[in-house]
Design a protein around this ligand. Sequence first.
Ligand code: ZN
Length: 135
Amino acid sequence: MNKIEHLGIAVKSLEESNVLFAKLLGTEHYKIEEVVSEGVRTSFFKSGPNKIELLEATKADSPIAKFLEKKGEGIHHIAFAVVDIKAEIDRLKEEGFKILNETPKKGADNKLVAFLHPKGTNGVLVELCQEIKEV
Ligand code: ZN
């Protein structure tokens, strides 16, 4: 695994949290992106070399809606950048981790993503993400 690519934070309202995080970080979000298949709307902030992703549910049965219901707002996942997501999934499977989606899917911010089950990672939802390269 490479560096931490971003931290994901679940929020009830993207509008309100965009204002809050702009004040906190001293910079506006640089994009908003909806991932329809995941029922989520995201916004991204830069803080120096680091990125923060805010996630808002767009439907009642989306994973973010369920997370908010159970745990409330807060840190939702840690995303690690990987060069070869398929190789990394194979490596982690070999190590006994449970992968939630073994076939990487298209996530926000032009990434292929896969998630590890938090039960196997001390309660932390881990996202692997690989930049999708233009061909
Ligand atoms: Zn993420």
